[in-house]
Design a protein around this ligand. Structure first.
Ligand code: SF4
Length: 297
């Protein structure tokens, strides 16, 4: 299966609706906002109309969310093989302005495609429970449900995610814009880490990533380090003093490279039947490895 997106942890993107609004710190340099403006300015995809406007010279979301065309809504039905599909790369599946009917339509398409795996990633997990109660919906077994945790102030999303019945629950620690601190990854099946990319990228401290990977090890959660985002965040440059050019020769994959202390960390969710719970004393030992560890739990 040939991937149609450059996002390394998926193969295709699918947008049953488009449009969003800035929500938390991880949204500041939203890539989708720029992309949506570009598509809207072409004027050829009508469901992008009105999703962005210009404020102080910058193209930003209006907060309007539009349902996609019927053809776009059914896109997964035409994807061959067994594909990994990221849902709503140009919106948030649980955005307040998205209609429940659109979410239900999208879930119906996912049920009609049991051969595919759908990755729903949200920064608004507080809206999941109310949607499920209102609609009587559940997530089909081919849905991986995830939340973004970009810094310590959004760690509470992990507990909200844990409450939702889903076959696979995952965390995207990307773009990592601050240290997240102590983690409880009980009930979590996968973690993605990554620094911010783009011209306004905020630096990611490699220690923030190492700390998350250590918590993943403790909880036996497979981790996928996507990229450092910018060479200024790559430890070969910011810790070892290499030039970005030399680092790029040694670490050519991803934006800003993706090696973590000489290794590619690219693991996928696995069955967790044999998993034993993490004890309080294991957590305390783990926390003591990171000076200034803060308990968020
Ligand atoms: S939730 Fe996602 S799509 Fe929406 S503004 Fe934030 S980063 Fe952009």
């Amino acid at each position: 299966m040939t991937a149609t997106t450059k996002i390394e942890w998926t193969e295709h993107t699918w947008n049953p609706f488009v449009g969003c609004s800035i929500h938390t710190a991880g949204c500041t340099n939203c890539y989708a906002m720029k992309q949506a403006h570009r598509i809207e300015s072409f004027g050829t995809v009508s469901h992008y109309d009105g999703v962005t406007h210009k404020v102080n010279g910058r193209n930003v979301w209006t907060g309007r969310v539009n349902r996609a065309s019927d053809r776009a809504m059914r896109k997964p039905l035409s994807i061959g093989g067994q594909a990994l599909i990221f849902v709503n790369s140009m919106s948030d599946f649980f955005h307040e302005s998205a209609a429940d009917d659109w979410r239900r339509e999208a879930l119906s398409v996912m049920r009609q495609c049991p051969q595919h795996t759908f990755q729903i990633l949200t920064k608004r997990p507080e809206n999941i429970g109310p949607f499920l109660s209102r609609s009587g919906e559940t997530f089909p077994a081919n849905v991986w449900l995830g939340v973004t945790v970009e810094h310590a102030a959004t760690v509470h999303r992990i507990a909200q995610l844990r409450e939702v019945p889903a076959e696979v629950r995952f965390i995207s620690f990307e773009p990592l814009v601050g240290r997240v601190g102590d983690l409880d990854l009980d009930g979590i099946h996968w973690a993605i880490t990554g620094g911010e990319s783009g011209p306004r990228a905020r630096r990611c401290d490699p220690e923030w990533v190492r700390e998350i990977l250590a918590w993943c090890d403790l909880y036996d959660v497979p981790a996928f380090h996507k990229q450092w985002g910018t060479w200024a965040s790559n430890p070969l440059v910011c810790e070892n003093g290499m030039t970005p050019q030399r680092a790029a020769e040694l670490d050519p994959e991803g934006k800003g490279g993706s090696l973590v202390d000489g290794k590619h960390v690219k693991r996928w969710p696995h069955a967790r039947a044999a998993f034993s719970p993490v004890t309080d004393s294991q957590r305390a030992t783990m926390a003591s490895h990171f000076p200034g560890s803060i308990s968020m739990l």
